[in-house]
Design a protein around this ligand. Structure first.
Ligand code: UDP
Length: 311
């Protein structure tokens, strides 16, 4: 059994990963400053043996007593709405937070996992995106605080691997959804589901022809665990290649909720990527992983969660 530090452990994905690690019998320290994370996300395992919570900002020096086998750096402001509101925090958590956690991993002689993003590909000119695609990213654009901090993070990890022989993993995470996303998250699935449940029109940005590929959270957690168990030290795409237009997503959400909502078009935010779909050949062949939960099934589970939150 290993001892893990999970930054962003009170977040959507971080809390699911902590829970899965505890189920495997590991010891888990969740670290979070709760800027976007919440204690509610840790309710089901907070008092479980082997779990502890450390309230701390990952961009400040991190003190952990005792040994660590793994540092998993998940802390991030992953919603475009949140990172537009907090661009400096976003840059700091991806850049300084990555540096601090790498320093900790080096000090503890621990292995390291970084959750990077499909945004390293920017508004991609090739679809689907394989790991070898270098992206189409604007360093001075509305999304650059997020995109560039993650690109910097990947470069930093490569440097620690080369200079300090750190054992590293990089997951490039594509759009992920499921229970424990905030209702005010601003990303498309919680927004559409809430609008549909309240019979308000769904706000489709632009003409809705832009695409995304949505991965249910349990598949994402399994993907990350497979990466941890592997010896793949270069970036790997983790996501679901089932590509849908935002119009199609809106229709599925209206259908599954039985809502009387219609669709209202709003202006497309600047530099909103036109397409996004992971090429997961590498994950399939090198991790033996692929997603299992289809969009309809994952949405049904998410709708149930959001319904309970709205009661
Ligand atoms: N989107 C939308 N309506 C909303 C929120 C988002 O049409 O109320 C669109 C957004 O413009 C983008 C897609 O849905 O094209 C996915 O947006 P999200 O914020 O979930 O994440 P992104 O993949 O852009 O980081």
């Amino acid at each position: 059994m290993s001892r893990f530090l999970v930054t962003g452990g009170a977040g959507f994905l971080g809390s699911h990963l902590c829970e899965a690690l505890l189920e495997e019998g590991h010891e888990v320290i969740a670290m979070d400053n709760r800027v976007s994370g919440s204690s509610n996300n840790m309710e089901s395992f907070f008092y479980q043996d082997g779990f502890s919570f450390y309230e701390h900002d990952v961009t400040e020096f991190i003190h952990i007593k005792g040994e660590l086998d793994w540092v998993l750096h998940l802390a991030s402001l992953a919603s475009p709405v949140f990172y537009r509101d907090h661009p400096i925090k976003t840059l700091k958590v991806g850049a300084l937070g990555t540096h601090k956690t790498l320093g900790l991993a080096k000090e503890k002689d621990a292995n390291y996992l970084f959750t990077s993003t499909s945004e390293v590909y920017g508004d991609p000119e090739v679809n689907p995106q394989p790991e070898s695609y270098r992206g189409n990213v604007d360093p001075y654009g509305p999304r650059s605080c997020y995109d560039e901090s993650k690109r910097y993070g990947e470069a930093m990890i490569r440097a620690y691997r080369e200079k300090h022989d750190l054992n590293v993993r990089i997951a490039r995470i594509f759009n992920t959804y499921g229970p424990r996303m905030r209702l005010d998250d601003g990303r498309v699935i919680p927004t559409f589901v809430q609008q549909a449940l309240e019979n308000r029109d769904l706000t489709v940005y632009g003409d809705g022809s832009q695409t995304r590929s949505f991965c249910y959270v349990s598949d994402m957690v399994e993907g990350l665990l497979s990466l941890i168990d592997s010896d793949v030290e270069t970036p790997v795409n983790v996501g679901n290649p089932d590509e849908r237009s935002i119009n199609e997503l809106a229709e599925v959400v209206i259908d599954l909720t039985g809502s009387s909502s219609g669709i209202e078009h709003e202006p497309l935010p600047p530099q909103d990527p036109k397409v996004r779909k992971p090429d997961i050949t590498k994950a399939k062949t090198e991790l033996g992983w692929e997603p299992k939960v289809d969009l309809e099934e994952g949405l049904q589970k998410s709708i149930k969660y959001f319904e309970e939150r709205l009661e």
